[in-house]
Design a protein. Structure first.
Length: 284
């Protein structure tokens, strides 16, 4: 008995090929995932968490990051694909830096993008662009701040950020930094708050269900370009960032301590790359 022959219409076949092509293109660059996830987080904060925000401030972040990146592209790199990184920096500024002044956000955008072209070693920038822009803007102006409490402690949001961040880290092979930083930071704070001070575990869990901390863990400290290239170096470096962040938060009461710890220790990646040589990461 002859089996029936299944034919696919040419129009449907063309649609499938285009879909396969899009999936291949999307999976070819982890920045595509970052763009989708960060945009989703921003929309969630505005629509569901009812953030107070000024549209002109957000517009300043996007326009400044794009213009600054484009100028460096024209005069230096000739790589239009790096505009994706500018978009990621703009979204990160909108998510993590709080200010009501569009001029301050403009400064943050300029610093974020220009910093990665100015502070380089061996053809690689060693500051996370958004981290550099946020911290230097706070130091220069004194009129911007980090707001960890804006996310609340929604369990669904925590799960969402963790899952989506995990997907990106598998793509760029930086899961080791996220696990090291978060584990060391949590263990140290658990010992201090629960074992030493005597607080309940509910207080500890509330402290570590912050959207800002999880965004930092999965989307900032794991930047594949500005982190050490060798795995052993990354693990040591991630632990050092956690130690400094713990000291700043527990004993100096610094708001947004992980971001400050990353800023101070970012130049040390030069030494780690020197003593633990390894091939450099490239988005291409």
């Amino acid at each position: 008995m002859d089996l029936p022959v299944i034919t696919i219409a040419p129009e449907r076949s063309a649609v499938i090929r285009k879909l396969d092509s899009f999936v291949y293109w999307f999976n070819s660059d982890a920045r595509h995932y970052q763009l989708v996830f960060l945009t989703s987080f921003l929309c969630y904060g505005i629509s569901m968490l009812q953030w107070e925000y000024e549209p002109v401030v957000f517009a300043a972040a996007f326009s400044t990051c794009f213009i600054t990146q484009y100028l460096f592209i024209v005069f230096k790199t000739q790589d239009l694909h790096s505009l994706k990184s500018a978009m990621i920096s703009a979204l990160s500024l909108c998510l993590l830096l709080k200010t009501n002044d569009p001029l301050i956000m403009t400064l943050a955008g300029i610093l974020s993008i220009s910093g990665k072209f100015i502070f380089r070693w061996n053809g690689k920038h060693f500051f996370n662009p958004t981290n550099f822009g946020i911290i230097t803007t706070i130091l220069i102006t004194g009129s911007a701040w980090i707001s960890p409490g804006q996310w609340g402690s929604d369990g669904q949001l925590v799960f969402c950020i963790g899952l989506l961040g995990f997907t990106i880290l598998l793509n760029v092979k930086r899961l080791d930094i996220a696990i090291t930083f978060f584990s060391v930071f949590c263990i140290l704070n658990f010992i201090r708050s629960v074992s030493v001070i005597g607080w309940t575990t509910d207080v500890f869990i509330h402290q570590f269900s912050s959207g800002t901390l999880l965004l930092f863990t999965f989307f900032m400290i794991t930047d594949p370009v500005s982190t050490p290239s060798h795995q052993i170096a990354r693990i040591i470096w991630g632990a050092l960032v956690a130690l400094l962040a713990f000291y700043l938060s527990a004993y100096q009461f610094v708001n947004g301590a992980p971001l400050w710890a990353l800023f101070f220790l970012s130049p040390s990646t030069i030494l780690f790359n020197k003593f633990f040589p390894h091939s450099k990461f490239s988005w291409s």
